[in-house]
Design a protein around this ligand. Structure first.
Ligand code: PGA
Length: 258
């Protein structure tokens, strides 16, 4: 059993108005207890329009669920119509920011360079990046999974101190498993998580490798969570569809610590 505290993150994507988000987070808080929070960390990642409302609920009721964002602009301020800066997120007490989600990379053309700039911006403002890496089905079938995720990780690690790297969260999300109901086997998730950790060890040392948290994401559901939780190098999950409903998300969280 590692000393890393698992992190279960709910990525709500473009779902839930601020009113719906409030209802979900309140119901989720009712479903979780002190023992859950002792064993693992939980974050929710609402749309930008719901961040302030969810923050207010969490802080007013002292709920130990961390607030997360789904994306960020790399610069602090300026003429960038439609973008949201890390300064704005930090001011809302956002703790975790997803960077490089495959939907951002594929649908919005984010390159490794853009993802790296976002990751650095998140760190600069004292928040924790959740860096997403993962391969397409074609890459998996061509045996290129490890090379692809290793390239994505090494681009993100450039120039960071071992201390900073140890504090990161990486989410291994095979693209073919996201929203498809197909998920990687727990053994596949373990194999890639172990190879990412080994890469961190070689690049930044044993301490950073022992600390960095590596989540699995892609069709995580209540009934496939427990097997994932048993994998030595998998330190939590990035959950999309199954995090939208508070009851289902609570079942994922409970399955992780069962
Ligand atoms: P999913 O999404 O759980 O709906 O597959 C995961 C993700 O995209 O982070």
């Amino acid at each position: 059993m590692s000393s890393r505290q698992p992190l279960i993150s709910g990525n709500w994507k473009m779902h839930h108005t601020h009113l719906e988000a409030i209802a979900v987070v309140q119901k989720l808080a009712f479903s979780l207890n002190d023992e859950d929070y002792r064993v693992l960390a939980v974050s929710v990642h609402p749309a930008f329009t719901a961040l302030r409302s969810v923050q207010t609920v969490l802080e007013a009721d002292d709920i130990p669920i961390a607030l997360g964002a789904q994306d960020v602009y790399p610069g602090d301020k300026g003429a960038f119509t439609g973008e949201v800066s890390p300064v704005m997120l930090a001011k809302l007490n956002v703790r975790y920011v997803i960077v490089g989600h495959s939907e951002r990379r594929e649908l919005f053309g984010e390159t490794d360079e853009v993802v790296k700039a976002k990751l650095d911006a998140v760190l600069r403002h004292g928040m924790t990046p959740i860096l997403c890496v993962g391969e397409t089905l074609a890459e998996r079938e061509a045996g290129e999974t490890e090379a692809k995720v290793s390239r994505q990780l090494s681009s993100a690690l450039a120039g960071l101190s071992a201390e900073q790297v140890g504090g990161l969260v990486v989410a291994y999300e095979p693209i073919w498993a996201i929203g498809t109901g197909r998920n990687a086997t727990p053994e596949d998730a373990q194999q890639i998580a172990a190879s990412l950790r080994q890469q961190v060890k070689e690049a930044c040392g044993a301490d950073a490798a022992a600390r960095i948290r590596i989540q699995y994401g892609g069709s995580v559901k209540p009934d496939n969570t427990e097997a994932l939780s048993l994998q030595e190098d998998v330190d939590g999950a990035l959950v999309g569809g199954a995090s939208l409903d508070a009851g289902t998300f609570a079942r994922v969280i409970h399955a992780w610590r069962s």
